[in-house]
Design a binder for this molecule. Structure first.
Ligand SMILES: [Zn+2]
Ligand SMILES: [Zn+2]
Ligand SMILES: [Zn+2]
Length: 455
């Protein structure tokens, strides 16, 4: 039996790349932030925090280096680079790697599933592969002999279905890697374990009690759980080629609240009706029981969910252009339209609130940030498991803002809740946890000063 917070295993990548956007801030090898980075003098494309890190990356970079040099001033995309690194590593593909910890996960690159058949039948994937190959052939010519196209397809298949997004201190994506042992773990929409990173080391922690922690009893979530069942199943099928049938995917009540629409009877404050993923309409209120026969109302509500999805797509594009003002404007006009109709637990609504929250933080509009962020909490608590990193970090972000604007009581409450979760998901050694403890100290210190001042 292991308790929540227990480290199940620690694993180092078989191959990994740092995201292009992080090149100026982090070491290519250990992926840690460093003020001074030395670039590789031969290709000038990658940077390291120390000679030690440069040496340790050299076994793979010595072959990658002339390829990157040839491609300059352009840099291959992150996934093309990972594919290149896997091709370089391919000679070692039978070497078995073992992760350390309670859970002994032994695996070699050869053991990974390639989903060759599914990929051959998947037009999108085939297009991606030919784009990668186009670049690979260009950069490797005369330096590396590429394997046969069948083997390249298998390596690509293993890469796309087994790669982990490597997250930084605040859970933001900073790279991607192949971790042999952990890729053995199966998916559940309500996992009993979560993955966090320290630099490039992957840490797997239990987030619930696990009676018999063997590889077949430990589950992680491959995707963000804040999606409806149909959406989660679509994502899992598109990326990993399987249909999830976990208890969460079968929970109809959950599905109903994810599409909840406020009861049109204003007196019924908590009430809601719902549209299900398959388009069926459940048109009597779950609280007051009144049946809703206003067809126009139902149609409008259904259209609003659709509009929210459109708005989110737009917001995603604006995010890439780094334009928080545009995101906030768009999301606020969307919220104004739908706040009287969509229920706060409605996922489309929650996602718009979340976007507004992040954009307000970027614009340092603290009052708005607090308003939108707080409104996401009921849904976060309902749709994420109790020990979820996403919930913990949302509480931390909100607590930080309360502290910043001197709302000390509320700051203390939220930071304490965040601490209880992050202790389980990230552990005492993680920077995020130490930052959180400092914030808590600061809050308590300021509360004491305030008390002294009052008396
Ligand atoms: Zn380093
Ligand atoms: Zn180099
Ligand atoms: Zn599921």
């Amino acid at each position: 039996m292991v308790e929540p917070g227990t480290i199940l295993c620690v694993s180092e990548p078989f191959a990994h790349v740092l995201s292009n956007k992080e090149h100026d801030y982090r070491c290519e090898n250990c992926m840690k932030r460093a003020d001074e980075l030395k670039r590789c003098s031969a290709c000038a494309s990658v940077k390291y925090c120390s000679t030690k890190c440069q040496k340790s990356d050299w076994s793979i970079h010595k072959k990658e280096c002339p390829c990157l040099k040839r491609f300059q001033p352009k840099i291959p995309t992150d996934s093309t680079r990972l594919l290149l690194r896997l091709v370089i590593r391919f000679n070692n593909s039978s070497t078995v790697q073992e992760s350390k910890g309670v859970l002994a996960l032994r695996r070699s690159f050869n053991n990974l599933m390639s989903h060759e058949k599914e990929i051959t039948n998947d037009k999108n994937r085939c297009d991606q592969l030919s784009q990668h190959l186009f670049t690979l052939q260009k950069v490797t010519a005369g330096v590396i002999d590429l394997p046969s196209s069948r083997v390249l397809l298998q390596i690509f298949g293993k890469m796309t279905t087994n790669s982990f997004t490597i997250c930084g201190e605040e859970m933001q994506p900073i790279g991607v890697g192949i971790y042999l042992g952990p890729s053995l773990l199966d998916h559940r929409c309500t996992p009993n374990a979560v993955i966090t990173f320290q630099g490039k080391s992957l840490h797997l922690r239990a987030v619930a009690q696990i009676a018999d922690p063997t590889p077949s009893n430990v589950f992680i979530s491959y995707i963000d759980q804040l999606n409806s069942t149909a959406e989660r199943r679509r994502m899992l099928m598109e990326q990993y080629y399987f249909k999830c049938d976990c208890s969460w995917c079968q929970d109809k009540d959950l599905e109903i609240s994810m599409h909840a629409i406020k009861c049109p009877d204003k007196a019924c404050v908590e009430g809601f009706i719902s549209l299900t993923d398959d388009g069926a309409m459940l048109t009597s209120c779950f609280v007051c029981g009144q049946s809703v026969s206003d067809h126009k109302f139902i149609q409008t509500a259904f259209g609003l969910e659709e509009e929210c999805r459109g708005c989110l797509e737009e917001a995603k594009r604006a995010k890439q252009l780094n334009d928080p003002e545009r995101i906030l404007n768009m999301c606020e006009s969307c919220l104004n339209q739908n706040k009287d109709i969509l229920h706060p637990l409605n996922l489309s609504c929650v996602k718009i609130l979340d976007c507004s929250f992040d954009a307000s933080v970027d614009l340092q509009l603290w009052d708005k940030a607090l308003m939108y962020g707080s409104e996401t909490l009921p849904a976060y608590r309902k749709y994420y498991p109790p020990n979820s990193p996403n919930l913990g970090i949302q509480l931390l972000k909100l607590g930080k803002i309360h502290l910043y604007i001197h709302n000390l009581k509320e700051a203390l409450k939220l930071l304490q809740q965040a601490r209880d979760i992050l202790l389980v998901t990230h552990g005492r050694d993680h920077v995020l946890y130490s930052q959180l403890l400092e914030l808590l100290d600061q809050t308590q210190e300021e509360m004491r000063t305030e008390l002294e001042f009052d008396s």
